[in-house]
Design a protein around this ligand. Structure first.
Ligand code: FAD
Length: 355
């Protein structure tokens, strides 16, 4: 999203607003970084989180830039979020930061058994070289009749999360381990709170529209697998990263179970081997489970909490479900803009109070 408002100008009459970002998954880290970039010298920023990498949902994800669709958000907004994220990560992938940040291009195929599934997606002109698969390529997949080939980006985690954390520290952001039980508990220490608690927001702010979609994946050593393969709606996938290949997956709505299920592990492995038989030789199989923080739309909005005349400005940025990696930079941009509005509002009320 491009904003016509300029960043807030520091007001010499008031102390710099104190901003707390809650959550150190992909969304909290990228949002805190964007706030620091957009509002330099306008505020102090502290990141508070119960867990950090490698213990977040974001560490479990495959990190592929293939958007998931949010039914409650207009497609043009989702497309803009994806475009901003792709452009940002593409620049990193072309820089000398690429290896440390764990960002790389990956080419492959999305394959379908039924031609009606093979619609051109809204993001086809943002990924690189999107085209129908050739007959020769389809020979690799005798069970599938149609497919799309393209090149996209992948974020390897933990490296990408650690790279974001390093950039935050370099920008002067304070980082503390802390579980927040109620946003209001922060009102005496901070002026603005940014809620990036992922599935934790269900308890933190009592959002009943937020629910988990449990995902189990395998991370395996199979360095000869270089191309991604995504079957149909993406329930079965093979996503090669720099150090491991992610095999997926599952989507279990409303399941909060974080322990791996051995039967599911076998099922995922068999499904992936039927697409890429060479995976039978994969080694060092690790099983991971994560709870996708799901909603019909990402909650990206301002809220004012008040008690007994005291106020706390809040910006929410959570509920990225199955597609957080694909849109995180775009939603961080929008959240940073909302924080800029809060800073401007605080400066306005401080100037009025002085009159
Ligand atoms: P999290 O990573 O869960 O971070 C939340 C943070 O908030 C944590 O640090 C937590 O400790 C903290 N927190 C929570 N409550 C509190 C509290 N009360 N006080 C203090 N701190 C708190 N997306 C893609 O785009 N591409 C993919 O290929 C992809 N693959 C996936 C595969 C799987 C198996 C899964 C599970 C997800 C996948 N996703 C993918 C989705 C993506 O992982 C999520 O959208 C994203 O990680 C959400 O990030 P988050 O920062 O909101 O949540």
């Amino acid at each position: 999203m491009q904003w016509c408002l300029s960043p807030p100008v520091p007001n010499p009459q008031m102390a710099a607003p104190r901003v707390a970002v809650v959550g150190a998954g992909l969304i909290g880290l990228s949002t805190a970084l964007r706030i620091a970039e957009v509002n330099p010298n306008c505020c102090s920023i502290t990141l508070l989180s119960e867990q950090f990498s490698p213990n977040t949902t974001s560490d479990v994800a495959a990190g592929m830039l293939i958007p998931h669709t949010y039914p409650g958000t207009p497609i043009h907004v989702q497309k803009q979020w994806f475009k901003e994220t792709f452009t940002y990560l593409f620049a990193i992938s072309n820089s000398d930061e690429a290896s440390e940040a764990g960002i790389h291009l990956v080419s492959g195929w999305q394959i379908f058994k039924n031609p009606s599934e093979a619609e051109v997606p809204f993001w086809s002109d943002i990924v690189l070289g999107f085209r129908p698969m050739s007959a020769a390529e389809l020979q690799k997949f005798p069970q599938h009749s149609h497919g799309q080939a393209f090149t996209t980006l992948k974020c390897d985690c933990p490296p990408y999360l650690l790279w974001l954390e390093k950039r935050l520290k370099a920008s002067g952001v304070q980082i503390h381990t802390r579980k927040v039980t109620d946003l209001w508990e922060l009102h005496s220490e901070y002026d603005i709170v940014v809620n990036c608690a992922g599935i934790g927001a269900r308890q933190l702010v009592g959002d009943q529209q937020l629910f988990p979609i449990r995902g189990q994946v395998l991370k395996v050593h199979a360095p000869w697998v270089k191309n991604f393969i995504r079957d149909g709606d993406g329930l079965t996938y093979i996503y090669p990263g720099i150090d491991s290949v992610t095999l997926g997956g599952t989507r279990e709505k409303e399941s909060w179970r974080l322990s791996p299920d051995p039967g599911t592990t076998k099922d995922i492995f068999d499904r992936c081997c039927s697409l890429e038989p060479s995976l039978q030789r994969a080694r060092d199989i690790r099983v991971k489970v994560g709870l996708r923080p799901s909603r019909s739309s990402v909650r990206l909005q301002r809220e004012v909490l008040s008690q007994g005349g005291a106020k706390l400005l809040v910006v929410h940025n959570y509920g990225h479900g199955s597609g957080g990696f694909s849109v995180h930079r775009g939603t961080a941009e929008e959240a940073a803009h909302l924080v800029g509005e809060c800073i401007a509002a605080l400066q306005g009320s401080s100037s009025r109070a002085k009159l």
